[in-house]
Design a protein around this ligand. Structure first.
Ligand SMILES: [Zn+2]
Length: 371
């Protein structure tokens, strides 16, 4: 038993996200770790709920599992990684909607699912069961899809990961997306037909980035993409849109004569994000326990900032000689206390977060290892 418990723990450690890096800062910050380019979305990574159902109720309630007892040693509770607990739950809580904690350290009560087929969108990778979000975010995605189609002629959105039914850390893929306020929107236009469930698993996303890593691929990137990202970043509820630095540069180049610059400032360059843009909603006023990120500055980010990022992505730093040991996975005890209630489906009182620090600037980590 001890060996099995240890093995589960070690496996979880190995799978732990490497993306604890800053989501926003220019590359002067030493924290960003170059992510490997996402696999070409062939299969979209391991199914989200591969281990679903692995945690018996007792684990969910206590957040621990026994390491096993032997005549020599008493049982020592080993914290179950929170991603196993949240990854095993298939349904949302039937409670008032509330984003609890930070984008990369929290959970979600009262999630709503976005319809897998809408008039202007289709949800991808259905097996992951990650089409759950705070109702404000779901509305923002629906609004973007509808307006982009109606006003910009965009064919429609392919919607990637949002959050799990109760948010929280995920078994695969993301560091953020934990409080139902993050959504990945593919940059591949929606085909003019309903995709089958199998196609939604198998269809590969299209990279917008050229081989040089510092410019967009003219065969994939179009003026329609500029209009789409601008529309997303112009939504007052959307606080940030994360894209690959080469995409940010293309947006800057295409918008040189655009008198509106505020939306450009909300488009933040970051590792990955060459297949999709990542929408991040501001904390809803009705979620007092949501830990906000500082608002973006007033700059458009088209000068030194994007130039520095391009230097960085064209020559990623060499890996350290001796890699640091992976961080242990987040446990339930490290999440805001109300996340225990969310996991148990118990009512969450409406109160501001008492424990937990405000996220320092640019630290709501985001890592999409696979599209
Ligand atoms: Zn994302």
């Amino acid at each position: 038993m001890l060996e099995i418990g240890l093995r589960i723990f070690l496996a979880a450690v190995l799978v732990a996200s490497a993306g604890a890096a800053a989501a926003q800062s220019p590359p002067a910050a030493p924290t960003p770790i170059p992510m490997p380019p996402p696999a070409v979305g062939k299969n979209g990574g391991a199914p989200a709920a591969a281990k679903a159902g692995a945690s018996p109720p007792q684990q969910a309630a206590t957040g621990t599992q026994s390491s096993g007892a032997s005549p020599q040693s008493p049982a020592v509770p080993v914290p179950v990684p929170a991603k196993e607990l949240f990854g095993a739950v298939k349904t949302p809580t039937k409670l008032a909607a509330r984003a609890i904690g930070g984008y990369a350290k929290g959970c979600l009560a009262g999630a709503r699912s976005i319809a897998i087929d809408g008039p202007a969108w289709q949800v991808m990778r259905l097996s992951r069961n990650r089409n759950w979000g705070h109702p404000d975010l779901v509305k923002a995605v629906e609004r973007l899809a509808t307006n982009a189609q109606k006003l910009d002629g965009w064919p429609g959105l392919l919607v990637g990961d949002i959050s799990q039914p109760r948010g929280g850390p995920m078994l695969t893929g993301h560091a953020s997306h934990q409080i139902g306020l993050d959504a990945d929107i593919w940059l591949t236009p929606m085909p003019p037909r309903r995709l089958s469930p199998k196609e939604r698993e198998d269809l590969a996303a299209t990279s917008m980035v050229a081989e040089d890593r510092i410019s967009v691929d003219g065969k994939a990137w179009t003026p329609g993409h500029v209009a789409l990202v601008k529309r997303a970043a112009s939504d007052p509820d959307i606080e940030r849109v994360l894209v690959h630095p080469a995409i940010k540069k293309a947006l800057c180049d295409a918008s040189q004569k655009d008198p509106q610059r505020a939306w450009l400032g909300k488009v933040r360059p970051y590792w990955g994000h060459e297949y999709h843009m990542h929408l991040r909603l501001r904390c809803p006023a009705s979620s007092p326990g949501c830990t906000p990120q500082p608002p973006v500055g007033g700059e458009d980010g088209c000068g030194k900032e994007v130039a520095d990022w391009l230097k960085l992505v064209s020559r990623p730093p060499a890996p350290p000689v001796k890699p640091e040991p992976p961080k242990p996975p987040m446990t339930l005890a490290q999440l805001p206390p109300d996340c225990r209630l969310v996991l148990a489906g118990a009512p969450v009182p409406a109160r501001p977060l008492v424990r937990g620090r405000k996220a320092p600037h640019d630290t709501a980590a985001h890592a999409d290892q696979k599209k």
